[in-house]
Ligand binder design. Structure first.
Ligand code: NAI
Ligand code: PYL
Ligand code: MG
Length: 259
């Protein structure tokens, strides 16, 4: 799994505010309003226990601090446990956490200890970036392209199919595409440049996955992918509206989904 680096998380709130402006301009709603629209919840002052986890590649130096900044941003009562792992988990419980946030190299969860709800970062990230793309006010149809049908992209495609969008998808992994065709009814997209899209969800760990032929006159690219799949030159020349952020938007969806 592609792991965040401390550099990805630098200037996190600046990146968040920049993306929130783009989202507001292109959907008429901000991140909090979109999270509310998806999950029907509003954050109160829930106590959020953030537990550093040392397994695998270990602690990412500013990951827990980034999560604390996110809980603060949404007005919740976050704290980072002094100890990692099991001792940290015990500290969070005795510290009266309502919701636990913790991540190893494979899964990042939010677990609400009061109502039992649990959310994963990859599903919530897929859902919210798909929702952002689907609300593009300049969309020319209900056709949307999903590039990358892995843990994040598949969840996003499923959300879009459930919302009644016509979902085109591409992924070099044949097994994944077979599953997506069978279970979601997505239409395999061939990069032949004939069909253009005004809404694109990109969820791959690779650059340059978006080509000029895919992009309609007005186009919103909504991507959690790191690095960004939209080449800068194409984005500039075609005036693409781009929503791309390394962590906050997905975590916001996690928190709203377990309240
Ligand atoms: P994954 O590895 O499960 O899925 C990626 C998929 O992209 C794979 O199925 C792969 O075959 C496909 N792919 C690779 N190159 C492609 C191309 N050129 N065209 C089409 N498909 C291509 O990864 P996952 O967990 O779904 O994450 C996707 C990306 O999102 C990663 O870069 C990850 O770091 C990032 N991410 C970002 C978050 C955020 O909040 N910004 C949150 C979670 C993940
Ligand atoms: C949630 C991110 C988005 C993309 N990849 C995911 C990732 O980097 N996961 C690993 C997170 C490890 C955190 C580490 C710590 O500092 O607690 N165990
Ligand atoms: Mg994000």
């Amino acid at each position: 799994m592609a792991l965040l680096t401390p550099e990805d998380l630098e200037n996190l709130l600046d990146k968040l505010n920049h993306n929130n402006e783009i989202i507001k301009k292109n959907t008429g709603m901000d991140i909090a309003e979109i999270c509310h629209a998806i999950y029907g919840t509003n954050p109160g002052n829930e106590r959020i226990g953030i537990i550093p986890i040392t397994s695998g590649n270990g602690i990412i130096s500013n990951f827990s601090a980034s999560l604390l900044a996110i809980t603060d941003y949404f007005g919740m009562d976050g704290f980072i446990t002094k100890h990692p792992d099991i001792t940290g988990y015990y500290e969070a419980i005795t510290g009266k956490a309502d919701i636990i946030l913790m991540a190893d190299d494979h899964i990042f969860i939010a677990h609400n200890l009061r109502n039992g709800k649990i959310a994963t970062n990859h599903v919530c990230t897929g859902v919210i970036y798909a929702e952002i793309a689907s609300r593009y006010i300049h969309a020319d149809s209900k056709e949307i392209l999903v590039i990358g049908m892995g843990k994040v992209g598949y969840a996003g495609a499923e959300h879009l199919v459930n919302k009644g969008f016509t979902v085109y998808a591409c992924d070099p992994d044949k097994k994944i595409m077979e599953k997506a065709k069978k279970e979601l009814g997505v239409i395999p997209y061939r990069c032949d440049g004939t069909r253009k899209f005004s809404m694109v969800l990109e969820a791959t760990p690779n650059p340059n996955t978006i080509s000029e032929g895919m992009v309609a006159e007005r186009c919103l690219v909504s991507t959690p992918g790191i690095p960004c799949g939209l080449p800068e030159e194409i984005g500039r020349r075609k005036g693409v509206d781009l929503v791309m952020e390394p962590l906050v938007i997905g975590v916001a969806a996690m928190l709203y989904s377990v309240i």
